[in-house]
Design a protein around this ligand. Structure first.
Ligand code: OSB
Ligand code: MG
Length: 386
């Protein structure tokens, strides 16, 4: 690999209106906010990464404001002027910064993109080059769609129907306490056979185990992160009582967390969000653990802009990603997205990996300007309902 030398790193905080907001157990935002990282190398290559931090510390503890602080004060000063030959060397360069995984991942992603471009490689092929033979990119990712909490069961059914008509082959519904069994029963009475899963975003505690066992009758593909943010042990306790497989999301923040979760049978499937674990270097470690343990794996989403989504699609195209990922077509999120070309849902609920080098999509300067202006207008906090 031809190395890159980092000349400059520029941050763009953006705000993009969602086509359809996603209500979770912790609320809803009308706009997508993200920090886009633009990295320039000494030979003029531009790499892009997305730090998928949100406005509020709800899904994780990082926010846009803490992200800007960590980038500007710590990560960027550590990296400017560095020569990097392999993106997997990056975590060692920023290990003095504790935690803040989404921010680290945003900057690491820009380095992955720049290194891939500098070596005329698609990001998907760069990932595959670091894995054993037989792990080449399949050039497409199999995907599903995540549907937020709706006011009624009928409204949920209407959206599921729309998504099935669009070609999505796996449906995920957000649930919360008191919005679970009745929802699943109503949906299953209309769609007895669809591939269906539920995501609780940490809303329950072990005391709710009996309620959760009532979901066993609905033939769910999995239940995602029912219990608390840190509660790996408790998920293991819950799994003893449930037939439905538990899939951890929030609680697995590193490869070490995954090994612990496997030890206590807390996760029978894994939702890997590359940002949550600090980036693609750690994600490759986790990928390898999943392959070794025959653990079904899929890539989660944070409603990313095209910058983050393109990189996640590249990762999700690896063959060890064995279940549909939470990465939908561009039109499910934004009109228009910040990058071109748009991701369009293909046959059998797939998204194609673009042909271009690196992430394979281009940031549109006019849309970037508009999105940064929208952020500035609304800063520090956008209006939120709830
Ligand atoms: O828990 O998977 C989640 C979005 C924001 C925060 C948390 C989650 C989600 C999603 C979105 O489910 C999936 C997507 O990006 O399409
Ligand atoms: Mg989740």
């Amino acid at each position: 690999m031809k190395p890159i030398t980092i000349k400059d790193i520029r941050l763009h905080t953006v705000s993009l209106p969602y086509v359809e907001p996603l209500r979770t157990s912790f609320g809803v935002e009308a706009n997508k906010s993200a920090i886009l990282v633009e990295l320039e190398t000494s030979n003029g290559i531009i790499g892009w990464g997305e730090g998928a931090t949100e406005i509020r510390p709800s899904y994780g503890y990082e926010t846009i404001a803490t992200g800007l602080h960590i980038y500007n004060e710590f990560l960027i000063p550590n990296l400017i002027g560095q020569t990097i030959e392999k993106a997997t060397n990056v975590p060692a360069l920023i290990r003095s910064v504790r935690g803040n995984n989404f921010s680290k991942a945003g900057i690491e992603a820009a380095i992955w993109d720049a290194l891939a471009k500098n070596n005329d490689l698609r990001l998907a092929d760069y990932f595959a080059s670091l894995l054993p033979e037989g792990h080449e990119s399949e050039n497409k990712a199999t995907v599903g769609v995540s549907i937020g909490i709706q006011p009624t069961v009928d409204a949920t059914i209407a959206i599921i129907r729309k998504r099935l008509d669009q070609g999505y082959g796996r449906i995920k519904l957000k649930i919360k306490r008191n919005w679970d069994v009745e929802l699943a029963r109503g949906v299953r009475s209309v769609f007895p056979d669809i591939s269906l899963m539920l995501d609780a975003n940490s809303d329950y505690s072990l005391a709710d185990a009996e309620q959760l066992t009532q979901l066993d009758e609905f033939n769910l593909l999995m239940i995602e992160q029912p219990l608390g943010y840190y509660d790996i042990y408790e998920h293991g306790q819950l799994q003893k009582l449930l037939q439905t497989r538990i899939c951890l999301d929030e609680s697995v923040k590193s490869s070490n967390d995954l090994l612990l979760a496997l030890q206590v049978d807390a996760t029978r499937i894994l939702n890997l969000k590359p940002g949550r674990v600090g980036g693609f270097s750690e994600s490759l470690k986790i990928y390898t653990i999943c392959v070794e343990h025959n653990l079904p794996l899929w890539i989660g989403g944070m409603l990313e802009t095209g910058v983050g989504r393109a990189a996640n699609i590249a990762f999700a195209s690896l063959p060890g990603v064995s279940l549909p990922s939470d990465i939908s077509a561009s039109d499910r999120y934004f009109d228009p997205d910040i990058t071109e070309p748009a991701f369009i849902l293909g046959l059998e609920s797939t998204l194609a990996v673009p042909d271009g080098y690196g992430i394979g999509v281009e940031v549109q300067q006019d849309r970037l300007q508009e999105a940064t202006a929208r952020w500035t207008e609304n800063y520090p906090y956008q209006k939120t309902s709830d």
